[in-house]
Design a binder for this molecule. Structure first.
Ligand code: GDP
Ligand code: IMO
Ligand code: MG
Length: 427
């Protein structure tokens, strides 16, 4: 596992929070460089090892093992204040970052006014709001595409002027939306943000596309870490209840500046069930005791906002779609231990729409979708201390075979708990 001279891409296949952070950390020793290619501090990637727990937002999850170079790519949107907070906490716990955390000059900056705009647009949507993380993601990517954004490279030259102009533009929009801003509070946030900009200057600010391509030319390997998940992709997710970036594999090409022919394996991560935070359709959502049981056992509360995650059964229709648009070569299944005590387990194998059974993912999943389930026997075995697949009970082996058949893709890693050590690689 690991392709020399190539980038392998690891990304979420559901609505985020699949466990990407944990697996990137596990795989880090096999790669030379780890790189994030999209998203921003809307992400919360959790890692646990040696009794410690970390939640990363903008810093790649390859920062802990083996002193590897980690890159924040051009496709990422970066909030200097939140970045400073995150990086200082890591430095305080003894992790050296300043030489090996490289930041692309072309990554866009999330300004304090972007967060206000995020809140203003959500308020304007009323009951149709997306339920964003409030981190200014949408407005920052909007400014990027409308050619009004500020980039990390901008902090190196005439920054105060550029910042003032962008801020004035945002203030005019906020005024037109009649969004009231507490000026005292804003001044404090802005002060910290500007401190964050100064802090950012202490890191290598690089042309990351050149860096990554020369690493590949020298035969080294790169692991790209996705954020969010395929069903939150701005093109292919459950639009408009999505994030504002391309979370799919193609996002690694645009978010790092690598050609598609440089992509090796595409690791697709899924939970053994399914969750979603925020608003929007979720065909297999459970509103009953089973949903609550999954939430309790899986500790399904958001790593960024602390919101309850909506829970449901695994959706193979959505997963087949996700595997298709990403070109997934290998699957990784997370949180199987959460289902350890279940008598039976359901998997959605098709949808019924307007009385007709369909097995493809349709344009509109907002209304009239009824999941068609297949029920499988649970394994009812505590697997959290297993160290090899040979220990798997027959019913669990059967569940794996069923998923591999349905998804036509091999499952190469199975996660049986949050800790780094609770990871089983299949032969
Ligand atoms: P990410 O955003 O994809 O990195 O995932 P999150 O960190 O937001 O959410 C995954 C949560 O599940 C975190 O709290 C992890 O510590 C936890 N986790 C990861 N893998 C497993 C697993 O196999 N079993 C259990 N029980 N928890 C896991
Ligand atoms: P990780 O990387 C789960 C969701 C939000 C909201 C929608 C848009 O930890 O898997 P945004 O703030 O991006 O404009 O919000 O996307 N969302 C996530 N859900 N995991 C994430 O990241 C998410 N990042 C955004 O809840 O529904
Ligand atoms: Mg998360």
């Amino acid at each position: 596992m690991m392709n020399q001279g190539k980038v392998d891409v690891l990304l979420g296949l559901q609505w985020g929070d699949e466990g990407k952070g944990k697996v990137v950390d596990v795989l880090t020793p096999r790669y030379d460089v780890i790189a994030r290619f999209q998203g921003g501090p809307n992400a919360g990637h959790t890692l646990e090892f040696e009794g410690q727990k970390y939640v990363l937002r903008s810093i790649p999850s390859g920062i802990f093992q083996g002193g590897k170079v980690n890159i924040i790519g051009n496709g990422v949107v970066l909030a200097p204040d939140l970045f400073m907070e995150e990086a200082k906490a890591l430095e305080a716990s003894g992790h050296e970052l300043r030489t090996r955390l490289h930041i692309s000059k072309k990554a866009h900056l999330i300004m304090p006014t972007h967060r206000l705009l995020d809140a203003a647009y959500e308020a304007q949507k009323g009951k149709n709001k997306v339920g964003t993380t409030g981190k200014g993601i949408g407005p920052t990517y909007t400014d990027k595409v409308s050619r009004n954004g500020l980039r990390v490279g901008d902090i190196l030259e005439n920054f105060p002027e550029k910042y003032a102009a962008a801020k004035a533009r945002h203030e005019a929009i906020l005024k037109s939306l009649a969004f009231s801003v507490d000026s005292q509070e804003f001044a404090e946030v802005e002060k910290k943000w500007l401190e964050g900009v100064e802090y950012l200057r202490q890191f290598p600010i690089v042309d990351s596309e050149h860096e990554i391509n020369s690493i590949l030319r020298s035969g080294k390997s790169v692991l790209c870490e996705g954020a969010q998940g395929t069903m939150l992709d701005v093109d292919f997710g459950s639009y408009p209840f999505v994030t504002s970036s391309n979370t799919i594999c193609a996002g690694a090409c645009t978010g790092l500046g690598i050609g598609p022919n440089k992509i090796g394996d595409v690791f697709g991560i899924m939970k053994a069930y399914c969750t979603r935070v925020g608003a929007g359709p979720f065909p297999t959502e459970l509103f009953d005791e089973t949903g609550k049981k999954i939430r309790d056992l899986g500790h399904e509360y958001g790593a960024v906002t602390g919101r309850e995650r909506r829970c449901g059964w695994i959706d193979l229709v959505a997963l087949r779609y996700a595997i298709m648009v990403n070109g997934v070569t290998k699957l990784i299944m997370m949180k199987s231990d959460v289902l350890d005590g279940f008598e039976t387990i359901k998997a959605c194998v098709a949808y019924k729409q307007n009385g007709q059974q369909i097995d493809y993912f349709p344009y509109n999943i907002e209304e009239g979708i009824e999941p068609v389930y297949e029920e499988l026997p649970g394994w009812q075995t505590d697997m959290t201390k297993f160290t090899s697949e040979d220990e798997f009970p027959e019913a669990f082996k059967n569940y794996i075979r069923f998923l591999e058949q349905q998804l036509e893709t091999p499952i190469c890693i199975i996660s049986i708990g949050p800790d780094r050590a609770q990871t089983i690689e299949r032969k």
